[in-house]
Design a binder for this molecule. Structure first.
Ligand code: KIV
Ligand code: ZN
Length: 527
């Protein structure tokens, strides 16, 4: 199916300093324990990655399973501008399966790989150097007849003799490969070593000027991103990476970190990418939802703490000039705003600023009292939210419960939906009983509580986790809901997660009732 598709083999822009982003979230990422996705999830993710602007999307390993094959085929039919890539060993069965799966792709690439290191040659493949060379060439040639372009990877390249790597890569170029990938398969290399290798390869591989060198780094020693960036500084013009850094063992280089490093330090690296960086955060969260794996809180670029400041000194600095403690704007990665988290380390300046946003302008004496109560509460709680602050500012007890209590809860699930009924008691003596149906038990319970209390809750975040182990584990539900143009949060704890959810929803309703009418409430603490 050659020659190379002109639309996606944009030599001029690569020469001008563009690094191609090769996303392997759906292949290297998805094959890691805990991250598997069904076909629907993969398609959704692929469409998000295309919208993000990845140049090449490795959609799967078609020979690995019928489901992987079908996912690659479906993604091939769906994507419009992104090159769709399928992985294959240098074996005819793999390559033919990849070719068939990619048939409908507007831009297709087969990624053939073969181990080249002495360890892999001897213990994994049982092949001599000559056999590796012949197999690589045959693999590239076969792939070339089935797609628009071929990438060749020398698995475990960073532990391969550089002279042999040059031989294999030169043969792959002669056979028609246009991208040469040197993976650090086991996450062993260092930035200075990878620079040396890429410079060596670019000097010695025959036809180096016609091809794109690619890096693919694993994170076993926590250096995947640093090594990928080092490879770029040594001339790599494709980086293989994954959203949130998911991948085999410790993972792959994180796409969002590489892209933002190239952007924030543009004068240093002198190259750019086609990624729409404002879509990084939503894409990261989509992956987290589809795989039900949370993003670590302190994860660079997309973690909850990436643009959050709690220390009083930092908050004071941030209020004076954002640049004091932030090297990029949260909006550039798709996060709405910087968060000044109010906790025990926060100072008066941040507290006063947040109170003002919430519509409170206490005088100095009132501020002294509010600050003292704030510090006492902050010693007990990890984070102080708007609803706590308002209670303090209004002279209420932030730990108060009620007025509504849950008396009875029943749910019934059936295929495609659920029904729930609740009975609630109010401190003023009223009782309310309501029933509702929903997409699932949680949805049904929320609707029943809305009806019983007369409050509209638009659920914006829902998180349930086990806080102990075993069959009688306690489930903790954390809900955020939008009501009257602001976010409200509530927690619930129970051995039954639907009950935990009901308690969390009731905590929100109770806060709303205790604080209504609130003075100009606004969303969670933002700058
Ligand atoms: O890590 C690795 O070597 C790989 C290859 C298949 C490119 O994932
Ligand atoms: Zn890999």
């Amino acid at each position: 199916m050659n020659p190379i598709n002109p639309a996606n083999h944009d030599e001029a822009s690569v020469a001008a300093g563009r690094v191609r982003i090769f996303d392997t979230t759906l292949r290297d990422g998805e094959q890691a324990p805990g991250f598997s996705m069904d076909r629907r999830a993969k398609l959704r993710m692929a469409q998000a990655l295309e919208a993000l602007g990845v140049d090449i999307l490795e959609a799967g390993f078609p020979q690995a399973s019928p489901d992987d094959f079908a996912a690659v085929a479906e993604i091939s039919r769906s994507l419009k501008t992104t090159t769709v890539c399928g992985l294959a060993r240098c074996q005819s069965g793999d390559i033919d399966a990849a070719g068939r799966a990619l048939e409908a792709a507007r831009h297709s690439r087969i990624h053939v790989f073969l181990s080249t290191s002495p360890l892999h040659r001897e213990h994994k493949l049982g092949m001599s150097k000559a056999q590796v060379l012949d197999t690589a060439v045959a693999g590239v040639q076969r792939a070339l007849s089935l797609c628009h372009e071929v990438e060749f990877s020398a698995e475990d390249a960073l532990r391969t003799e550089p002279e042999f790597l040059v031989e294999v890569f030169s043969a792959a170029v002669a056979a028609g490969a246009t991208t040469l990938n040197a993976p650090d398969t086991v996450g062993y290399t260092t930035p200075s070593e990878i620079i040396e290798l890429f410079e060596y390869l670019r000097r010695h591989v025959k036809g180096a000027e016609k091809v794109i060198f690619s890096s693919h780094c694993h994170d076993d020693l926590g250096m995947a991103v640093a090594n990928s960036l080092a490879a770029v500084s040594a001339g790599a013009r494709q980086v293989e990476c994954t959203i949130n850094g998911i991948g085999e063992r410790a993972g792959n280089a994180a796409l969002e970190e590489i892209v933002m490093a190239l952007k924030v330090r543009a004068p240093h690296f002198g190259v750019d990418t086609r990624i729409d960086t404002r879509k990084l955060f939503p894409t990261s969260r989509l992956l987290s939802q589809l795989t039900t794996q949370p993003v670590q809180r302190n994860k660079a670029i997309v973690g909850d703490n990436a643009f959050a400041h709690e220390a009083g000194i930092h908050q004071h600095g941030m209020l004076k000039h954002r640049g004091t403690y932030e090297i990029m704007r949260p909006q550039d990665v798709g996060i709405a705003e910087t968060r000044l988290v109010l906790g025990k380390h926060s100072g008066r300046a941040a507290l006063r600023q947040r109170l003002q946003v919430l519509g409170h302008t206490p005088d100095e004496a009132a501020m002294d009292a509010i600050f003292a109560r704030f510090k006492t509460l902050a010693d007990k709680k990890r984070e102080i939210h708007d609803e706590d602050l308002e209670a303090i500012a209004l002279g209420q007890d932030p730990d108060a419960t009620g007025p509504w209590r849950l008396i009875q809860l029943n749910t019934a699930t059936h295929l495609g939906g659920a029904a729930a009924s609740v009975k609630l008691a109010h401190d003023d003596g009223r009782e309310a009983a309501e029933a509702a149906i929903g997409d699932g038990p949680v949805d049904a319970v929320l609707r029943a509580i809305e009806r019983a209390t007369g409050n509209d809750l638009e659920l914006t975040d829902f998180n349930v986790r086990a806080v102990s182990e075993g069959g009688d584990a306690q489930g903790h539900a954390l809900l955020t809901a939008r009501h009257a143009k602001r976010d409200w949060r509530g927690h619930g704890l129970s051995t039954d997660i639907v009950e935990a959810t009901a308690l969390a929803a009731l905590a929100i309703v109770n806060r709303i009732e205790r604080q209504t009418p609130a003075a100009t409430p606004v969303a969670i603490a933002h700058l």
